[in-house]
Design a protein around this ligand. Structure first.
Ligand SMILES: Nc1ncnc2c1ncn2[C@@H]1O[C@H](COP(=O)(O)OP(=O)(O)O)[C@@H](O)[C@H]1O
Ligand SMILES: [Mg+2]
Length: 478
């Protein structure tokens, strides 16, 4: 429910509840009072007072329609007496303050006093006489400039004003108390559902503004406050992501700069050296000259491929290259790979073989071009680090229930055990002296990026001196 609506509903509820409870309490109070004291608080007494009041006022109003002279008529007085008796009242007619008619014998003093009191009372219709309460009605007539006439109706009632006062006080007190309590309840509910969560959200926002993005913002409060906390949490996650990305960008830029200065500088320096040798005439014979140029060219090619690797690695690292996954038959794909490399391998006198141990065709989702890059890097390494006369590289295709496993096994020099965990790190080379052997040290780092982009895994086992096994697992397509 919207907060505004809730607020109004709860407040209305509080008022209604207070009124309801007060009425209930009043009824119980009256019932208990009459039960315990069993006296004047009788409701019938109240009803009767009300009735008497209505009746004598009716008589008075009716009398006011007549002339005072008519009231002095015998027949009217008879009727007046009957009606007054019926109402439980007495009627008195005054002419110039002197009684001219009375429905009962009276005490002159008392009647005079009643007359005075009734004349003075402007805002009430009861008077006290000798400790008794009377309700009265008074009709005044102007007869001439000096004469006047008055009809006074007096009816004794038993009104326990003490009880009325008590009841009034009780009801007022009770209402105030209940109203305060319900208000307290409304305030408490609101503070619990809104004010406290809002202040908690405020603290969270302050933390975020101070750069602390690690703490999760719990969904708290109700209605709009809950939505707000959800939005704030979303904002925190987005911010965290962008900060992370920013850090990664920075790191990448630093990495590019430092690798350009370290790894690219060496071949560029040597290119510079060979070219200067030619210019300075160090290479005197045409053969020497050609040798220098050839070396400079191969170094330039190396620089070129290093730059390619660097850019590719950096883009992969920032997830800037989209993958184009296609469902591909594994055996067919590797047959093509082997066909592509066979000629190159033959030139280096290395035997390349494919052993398909799959029971039935297995297909995987792969980006064919990109995975080629992985195989190329691994096969290049196998060739580069081959050290035996009968060089051999074998590709095995196997499967588990959910994955396809590709093993590329060579019988080259192998990788020392302590290097094994690092070969997939960027720029890691097991033997730094082989820096000149070509290669950026990024080959396996790129391979790892790409395989992980396929949600696959790549790892290696090796025995130094005997050979290396590169393993790739990819999830089967199904
Ligand atoms: N088949 C292999 N046999 C022996 N050593 C290997 C093989 N493959 C990788 N390595 C080791 O892992 C390191 C990292 O490989 P890579 O990332 O391709 O860089 P690079 O080939 O440019 O040196 C290599 O320097 C090498 O020491
Ligand atoms: Mg390599």
């Amino acid at each position: 429910m919207h907060l505004t609506k809730r607020f109004f509903t709860m407040n209305a509820l509080a008022v209604l509840l207070s009124i309801g409870l007060t009425v209930l309490a009043g009824v119980i109070f009256v019932a208990a009072y009459t039960k315990v004291f069993a006296r004047e608080a009788n409701i019938q007494e109240w009803n009767r007072a009300f009735e008497v009041r209505t009746k004598i006022n009716a008589i008075k109003n009716e009398a006011l329609k007549r002339e005072f002279e008519q009231l002095l008529d015998q027949r009217y007085q008879q009727e007046l007496a009957d009606r007054a008796r019926e109402a439980g009242a007495d009627a008195f007619l005054f002419r110039n303050r002197e009684v001219v008619f009375a429905t009962r014998p009276y005490n002159d003093m008392d009647l005079k006093k009643s007359f005075m009191l009734a004349g003075d009372a402007h805002y009430q219709d009861t008077l006290e006489l000798d400790g008794k309460t009377y309700v009265f009605a008074r009709a005044a007539y102007k007869l001439s400039s000096t004469e006047d006439g008055v009809l006074l109706l007096l009816a004794p009632i038993k009104l326990n004003t003490g009880f009325a006062l008590l009841l009034g006080l009780f009801i007022a007190g009770f209402f105030i108390l209940v109203f305060l309590l319900t208000n307290l309840w409304v305030s408490y509910t609101f503070s619990r559902g809104i004010i406290m969560p809002v202040s908690r959200l405020k603290n969270a926002a302050v933390r975020i503004s101070e750069g602390d993005l690690s703490r999760e913002i719990a969904e708290v409060g109700e209605g709009e406050v809950r939505e707000l906390s959800r939005t704030l949490e979303l904002m925190r996650l987005k911010l965290k992501e962008s900060v992370y990305l920013q850090q990664k960008y920075d790191e990448n830029r630093k990495f590019l700069v430092s690798s350009i200065s370290h790894d690219l500088k060496t071949p560029v320096t040597s290119i510079k050296g060979y070219i200067e040798g030619i210019i300075d005439g160090v290479a005197q014979t045409p053969e020497k000259m050609e040798e220098y140029l050839e070396t400079a060219r191969s170094k330039a090619l190396l620089v070129n491929s290093m730059i390619d690797d660097l850019l590719l690695y950096s883009k992969l690292d920032l997830n800037q290259l989209p993958y184009h996954f296609q469902q591909t038959d594994l055996a067919g794909y590797f047959e093509d790979c082997v066909a592509d490399y066979r000629y190159e391998y033959e030139k280096m006198a290395i035997r390349l073989e494919l052993i398909d141990e799959l029971e039935k065709p297995v297909s995987v989702y792969m980006d064919r071009e990109r995975l080629k890059r992985v195989i190329q890097n691994i096969l290049d390494n196998a060739a580069k680090y081959a050290d035996k006369a009968d060089g051999r590289v074998t590709i095995f295709l196997r499967e588990t229930r959910t994955s396809a496993i590709i093993e590329i096994r060579d019988n080259g020099e192998g990788i020392p055990e302590h290097d094994l965990p690092h070969i997939f790190d960027r720029f890691y080379r097991a033997d730094p002296s082989r820096k000149d052997a070509g290669g950026s040290g990024l080959g396996l780092a790129i391979a790892k990026q790409i395989v992980e982009g396929h949600e696959g895994k790549i790892w290696a086992t090796s025995v130094a001196g005997e050979g290396t096994r590169m393993m790739i697992s990819l999830r089967k397509a199904q």
